[in-house]
Write a protein that binds this ligand. Structure first.
Ligand code: HEM
Length: 472
């Protein structure tokens, strides 16, 4: 009964999404955008908030801008409560621990003050270098396959690019997964990801309490990966005192550790989260961008190729109207992180004008809902239309800031806890797309079924593309 109905003290004046909805993707072939249209859109567009069963408990999810603004602002009432508090015995909590994304209050402020500089100011030359390596691998693929335009699965390749980018730009070492497809650290990461995102344990985290042998091995493997990661950072930055001269986010974390501001576990937890958020989110955004450019190959792909053709600097790329309105629209139409539920009320409170939420309730947001809401975006909210952001770069950027400030778009959170990697993520995607557009044309592979991921991070599922070299 605890599963079928929300607790008695949950607000009665917002709708309840049937409990079984969240289990549907594991039973039938439905992706999360279809699921949204069928079960969530109507109640959320009408009420702005709803009760949703997710992660073994009832939660409240919110999509209306005014309510979101309240949650993002009132941090003391809607306190961050990440997996380390929510499901402390899970493999995922063991993996990412207590870090700058999941922590609350004073500890969060300490973490944030340490990593901000390195995430905001960074050297983008490794990103240019990696974009070349990435496009070379595509070229290799084209050369190896007799038929031009053999279709290429993108997910592994994009992941390798994003791992190399984040490790070189933020962590101060080279993951080196682009230079070989049999990199041990990369294989280790793939292995533990299978454990962490095991659909059964994600749905029923309770089972992580039990001493299941395969699961225990999973925990040990996750711990080994964390140690291995810190070892790489140590070897590159600490052993030869490089951290003293460098401004990587990792160097600042090491300095804070040496000064006793954070302990060893806190150092590890934050290095891990920088790796995790720093590669997974750009990986999603880049994959989505490649997908949308393929889908609109005769229009946006062509137009943006013309626009970037002779633009080679990161700053110049950030001033191009077509490229940037395209990216903002990509983030809106398919927000890489969709449902995030990691805040817990610290007291009974009022959400909006009349929704009373008791203490100890998990409250989250649904980015797809916010960015497809017709009240915020008009009747064409579901259409992919980069031109909605404006024609010139000043207007486009002004509209982007406005959408974020008013919480009409929350793909990068916002407010004091806004994503610290937005700039880096966008820089990465711009540079990579520009490099690819100068070398190839691409379309969706005819043997790829157009589906988004069923649950979790949102993006095209196992995207496959067909490339053709441009005749220069
Ligand atoms: C490019 C696509 C990206 C998207 C869509 C994205 C999205 C988000 C979102 C939605 C949050 C809030 C999470 C929550 O509510 O718990 C967040 C926080 C954060 N992101 Fe990103 N992110 C991206 C890239 C990155 C990158 C490349 C980094 C670099 C390491 C990064 C670092 C962070 C950090 C440190 C926070 C925590 C901020 C705080 O709580 O103070 N993100 N991001």
């Amino acid at each position: 009964e605890k599963i079928v109905f929300p607790p008695w003290n949950f607000p009665k004046n917002i709708p309840t999404i049937p409990f079984y909805v969240i289990f549907l993707p594991s039973i039938i072939d439905i992706d999360q955008t279809e699921l949204y249209d069928l079960y969530l859109r109507k109640p959320l567009e009408k009420h702005g908030a709803a009760k949703l069963f997710f992660g073994s408990r009832w939660n409240i999810i919110v999509t209306k801008p005014q309510m979101l603004a309240q949650i993002f602002k009132d941090e003391d009432t809607f306190a961050k409560s990440g997996n380390q508090k929510k499901i402390p015995h899970s493999v995922i909590a063991a993996y990412t621990g207590d870090n700058v994304i999941s922590a609350h209050g004073k500890i969060w402020r300490t973490y944030r003050s340490i990593v901000t500089n390195g995430l905001q100011h960074f050297d983008d030359s490794p990103i240019f270098k990696n974009a070349k390596l990435f496009t070379n691998i595509i070229e290799q693929h084209l050369n190896e396959n007799s038929k031009e335009r053999e279709s290429l699965p993108m997910s592994g390749l994009v992941q390798r690019l994003c791992l190399d980018n984040i490790s070189q730009v933020v962590l101060g070492f080279d993951f080196a997964s682009l230079s070989s497809d049999k990199n041990p650290l990369h294989n280790h990461l793939m292995r533990i990801k299978k454990q962490i995102f095991h659909p059964f344990f994600l749905t029923f985290p309770f089972f992580d309490h039990l001493p299941i042998p395969a699961r225990k091995r999973g925990f040990a493997d996750v711990e080994a990966f964390r140690k291995e990661l810190v070892k790489h950072v140590d070897e590159e930055l600490v052993k030869n005192y490089k951290f003293e001269q460098t401004t990587f986010a990792a160097s600042d974390l090491i300095r804070a550790y040496n000064n006793g501001v954070i302990d060893r576990k806190q150092l590890t937890d934050n290095l891990v989260i920088l790796l995790v958020a720093g590669h997974e989110n750009p990986q999603l955004l880049l994959t989505t961008s490649l997908y949308l450019l393929a889908k609109h190959s005769h229009t946006w792909q062509k137009k943006i190729r013309n626009e970037i053709w002779e633009v080679f600097q990161s700053k110049k790329l950030s001033e191009l109207p077509l490229l940037n309105s395209f990216l903002y629209e990509a983030v809106r139409i398919l927000p890489p992180l969709n449902t995030i539920i990691n805040r817990c009320t610290t007291k009974t409170c009022l959400l909006g004008n009349n929704v009373v939420i008791p203490r100890g309730v998990y409250v989250g947001y649904n980015n797809f809902g916010s960015s497809h809401d017709t009240q915020s975006w008009g009747p064409d909210a579901d259409e992919f239309k980069p031109q909605r952001w404006g024609q010139d770069i000043e207007t486009i950027n002004k509209n982007w800031k406005y959408a974020k400030n008013t919480c009409k778009l929350s793909s990068f959170h916002g407010g004091r806890r806004a994503c610290l990697g937005e700039k880096l993520g966008l820089v990465e995607v711009r540079i990579t797309l520009a490099e690819m557009l100068r070398r190839y044309e691409w379309i969706l592979a005819p043997d790829w079924e157009e589906k988004m991921t069923p649950a979790g991070p949102l993006g095209p599922l196992n995207l496959k593309l067909k490339f053709k070299k441009l005749n220069l």
